[in-house]
Design a binder for this molecule. Structure first.
Ligand SMILES: Cc1cc2nc3c(=O)[nH]c(=O)nc-3n(C[C@H](O)[C@H](O)[C@H](O)COP(=O)(O)OP(=O)(O)OC[C@H]3O[C@@H](n4cnc5c(N)ncnc54)[C@H](O)[C@@H]3O)c2cc1C
Length: 238
């Protein structure tokens, strides 16, 4: 597996407590939408296990830089990452992972919980860029609009790509300072069945914290989806 030293070239707040980090793309670095990288701090904090983390690439292959996004929890790794000045070096290993679109013809239903949106951003950006004919549906669950990274961009992608539909749902609107006229409540069997009506034999892709992924797998199986048609990626640590 190839490793590179890259520079941090930018950072941006995407939602409350969620930051994006933009990195130089090493010459010749190639990946598929949905794949991840391992980022390692060159000057890591002394605590055990705080040297490296795995992140899905948010950026699509056609973009000139690499971008990752993460929930800024209070761990030594994330404190150190956040404190890095522009131009700081990081060790990048990758790309890694098989969480890519397995079938470019059958409709794809993406189910993302919170920061689990990251690999889907890369897939959706690339699909819009390529004018891909594949039907894509994203079910995106967050507690509140304030927490939902990339919401505006997803709405723009939906306007741009006639084969892409977005269904965002909020589960804790009572704690939100925003208004929300869209879907509320958890992604359950009824919502999945309603949203996927008309899609012929879709493949399901699920990403989020382990508990959410397990729950979604059970829900999909309960709805008669076979294991072969469910692909998932768990973001450990949440
Ligand atoms: C393929 C992949 C892609 C990911 N993409 C993203 C992303 O795009 N954005 C993002 O924010 N996070 C992503 N993650 C999760 C990320 O690597 C971190 O685990 C997460 O951000 C939490 O980090 P932390 O420093 O807040 O907590 P951590 O200290 O990393 O995690 C806390 C707990 O998680 C446990 N844990 C960590 N890694 C594993 C593991 N591999 N197996 C079992 N338990 C584990 C630790 O033992 C600890 O108890 C991804 C993970 C994987 C595997």
């Amino acid at each position: 597996m190839a490793s590179y030293q890259v520079k941090l070239v930018g950072r941006e707040e995407l939602a409350e407590g969620t930051l994006a980090f933009r990195l130089e793309k090493p010459a010749g670095f190639q990946f598929k939408p949905g794949q991840s990288i391992v980022l390692e701090l060159l000057d890591p904090p002394p605590e055990d296990g705080q040297k490296r983390r795995t992140f899905s690439l948010v950026s699509a292959p056609f973009e000139e830089t690499l971008v990752i996004a993460t929930r800024m929890r209070d761990t030594a790794f994330k404190r150190a990452l956040k404190a890095l000045p522009g131009g700081a070096g990081l060790k990048l290993t990758g790309p890694i992972g098989q969480f890519t679109l397995t079938d470019a013809v059958r409709p794809a239903v993406f189910i993302a919980g919170g920061i689990g949106i990251t690999p889907f951003m890369s897939m959706l950006r690339q699909a819009a860029r390529d004018h891909a004919p594949q039907d894509l549906l994203l079910l995106y669950s967050n507690r509140r609009p304030e927490d939902a990274a990339f919401l505006k961009e997803l709405q723009e992608l939906e306007a741009q790509n006639r084969n892409f539909r977005l269904l965002a749902t909020m589960t804790e609107m009572s704690k939100s300072a925003h208004t929300w006229s869209g879907q509320t409540g958890f992604i359950d069997a009824a919502l999945i069945s309603r949203a996927t009506r008309g899609l012929k034999t879709p493949v399901y892709y699920v990403v989020g914290p382990p508990a959410m992924v397990i729950k979604m797998q059970e829900t999909l199986r309960g709805a008669g989806v076979s294991d072969e048609d469910i692909r998932s990626e768990e973001f450990y640590g949440y």
